[in-house]
Design a protein around this ligand. Structure first.
Ligand SMILES: [Mg+2]
Length: 569
């Protein structure tokens, strides 16, 4: 404020003087005639910057008064001198402030406000300088692009202030990992970059990356709590991997992407990585198109009652039949969708398609619960319950038939948002199911806080329960826990008769897995339901589609579910 008011006064006085003296002879050598305070302010600033205002005025006073101006000067000499002295004083005070302001503005344009590290502009300029000087010496330098792992979780759970705090603390540690002549920069978000000068060999660069990695060994304390993050790095070496700023930055980015994907800590750029990246970008675009055009398909995996073997539910699972590569595993395209911000659209597409398809059965009198998997992006979106509600209304599908599956780790990581969104969903009559239960590695107190209807015991316990007494104990205890909390319990990964029988004996409600049925397309479901197979009375052969490519082979024959009407005829 002080600075601004000084400039205002300085400008006004200068403007006043410029107008007073006719705005010509006195002002012309140094500043243009100023008819508004704003012009006067600009002119004054310009004059100070050129460091010539004072000299100009003295010059003007001594030599360059025209007759007319001199006449004014004589008439109003007292006022003129007063204004001149005031301006002179303000100038002396303001010049310092002006220079400081200019310095601050320059700093602001080149340094990151949060960490005070060089920003992207300055970093690119420094790469340019490094290229010039390294080329002269015929040496090498390394450019390291780094990105924090698990930063988003801290930002999401504790808020942006906590995230900023972490970035500040880490940036100080990072600054100390390199020599004074090297550069550490924050490019934005949780992305940092380094220029390491005079690199002799790649081992030397690896030693630097080791030091950078160790920066995250000690937890960062935020709001009194310790947090650990990881760091991934992509490395390029000038001139081996590129000779201009753009190529070096692009390739370091590719190497970083690869490093994050492989969870390798650091990766040097290679053409393989580039090719991998190119294919990934193509696949990303194909996926974007497939979601936009709605060509992803929904397969359904039935859940049956452990005792009666009646179908009680269907889990909707996304399947992508790529035009060139055929059926692609969800293990490939779900992470790709998550990484590229497509997961929300993918989930909405699955919800829309499955509600539309299963509501057709519902309107024919076949009531079966539909489960759809949702992600943390949905839990963070307060509008998500309304969007689901709209779909239910559009297809006249009852909310009680819809169950949304959320994995345990997502619930735990997003407990605050989870409470808000799950409450809204619960109020609409939609059921919430905890997927992969038992893998969250955390307190289960959230079961009391959230309106949960179902627990799905993770398949890792079910698959091992016949061999491992520990896994059997976990399964039994989880069933007991569910029962005492009044929750429904589903066992995933049921692959043989013995497991199904034991689960039934222990009181498990529903079973899902290859022994029951693998995921099947909607057409097969139509056939199944048409033949009345949705209420099986007993087991008998029934035609099911062939196993999908890339699926785990079934450990035994699937449970056959029958058409009771067929048997009669
Ligand atoms: Mg699931």
């Amino acid at each position: 404020m002080h600075t601004l008011s000084s400039y205002f006064w300085a400008g006004s006085v200068t403007g006043g003087m410029a107008i007073f003296f006719g705005g010509e002879s006195l002002a012309t050598p140094v500043i243009p005639a100023s008819d508004t305070p704003l012009n006067a302010l600009l002119a004054f600033g310009k004059g100070i910057e050129r460091d010539s205002l004072f000299a100009g005025w003295l010059n003007a006073l001594n030599n360059q008064f025209s007759d007319s101006v001199l006449a004014h000067y004589i008439d109003f000499s007292m006022l003129g001198w007063l204004l001149f002295i005031m301006t002179l004083l303000i100038y002396i005070v303001s010049k310092d402030q002006w220079l400081r302001l200019r310095h601050e503005l320059q700093h602001f344009a080149l340094f990151d406000a949060l960490t005070n590290l060089p920003n992207r502009n300055l970093f690119e300029d420094r790469i340019q300088q490094a290229i010039k000087s390294t080329r002269r010496r015929e040496g090498k330098f390394a450019l390291i692009m780094a990105d924090l792992d698990r930063f988003k979780q801290i930002n999401d759970t504790l808020g942006h202030h906590a995230g900023d705090d972490l970035l500040k603390q880490l940036s100080m540690r990072l600054r100390n990992t390199v020599r004074g002549a090297d550069t550490v920069s924050r490019l934005g978000g949780d992305e940092f970059a380094f220029i390491i000068h005079d690199v002799e060999d790649y081992d030397g660069v690896v030693r630097v990356t080791d030091r950078i990695t160790h920066v995250t060994d000690d937890p960062v304390t935020i709001e009194g709590l310790p947090f650990t993050v990881g760091i991934s790095m992509g490395i390029v070496v000038y001139p081996d991997h590129g000779e201009d700023v753009e190529t070096l930055l692009r390739r370091a980015d590719i190497a970083l992407y690869r490093s994050k994907d492989k969870r390798s800590g650091y990766t040097f750029y290679s053409e393989d990585a580039d090719e991998y990246n190119r294919k990934n970008i193509e696949l990303q675009n194909d996926l974007r198109q497939a979601i936009k055009q709605g060509t992803l398909e929904v397969y359904y995996q039935p859940k049956v009652d452990c005792g009666t073997h009646q179908i009680k539910g269907l889990e909707a699972l996304a399947r992508w039949i790529h035009p060139e590569q055929g059926m692609l595993s969800p293990a490939i395209f779900i992470p790709l969708a998550k990484k590229n911000g497509l997961i929300k659209d993918l989930t909405m597409l699955m919800l829309q398609k499955s509600i539309q398809q299963i509501s057709e059965f519902y309107h024919q009198g076949i009531e079966v619960a539909l489960s759809v998997n949702i992600t943390e992006e949905n839990l963070e979106d307060v509008h998500f319950p309304d969007e689901v509600d709209l779909l239910l209304k559009r297809y006249h599908f009852p909310a009680r038939c819809l169950e949304l599956e959320i994995t345990e780790d997502v619930i735990i990581d997003n407990i605050q948002n989870a409470t808000l969104v799950t409450d809204k969903l619960h109020n609409l009559g939609i059921k919430i199911s905890i997927d992969d239960f038992g893998t969250g590695n955390s307190s289960i107190s959230y079961l009391k806080k959230l309106p949960i209807h179902t627990l799905k015991i993770d398949l890792s316990f079910i698959r091992e329960m016949n061999r491992s007494p520990d896994d059997a104990a976990i399964v039994k205890t989880t069933i007991l826990l569910s029962k005492s909390l009044g929750l429904s319990v589903v066992a995933e990964g049921v692959e043989d008769e013995l497991t199904l029988q034991k689960l039934h004996d222990w009181g498990c409600d529903l079973a899902q897995g290859f022994y029951v049925c693998k995921p099947i397309p909607n057409d097969a479901l139509v056939e199944w339901f048409k033949s009345g197979g949705w209420t099986p009375q007993h087991r008998e052969d029934m035609k099911l589609p062939q196993p999908e490519n890339g699926q785990t082979p079934e450990s035994s024959a699937p449970l056959r579910i029958v058409n009771p009407h067929k048997n009669k005829g």
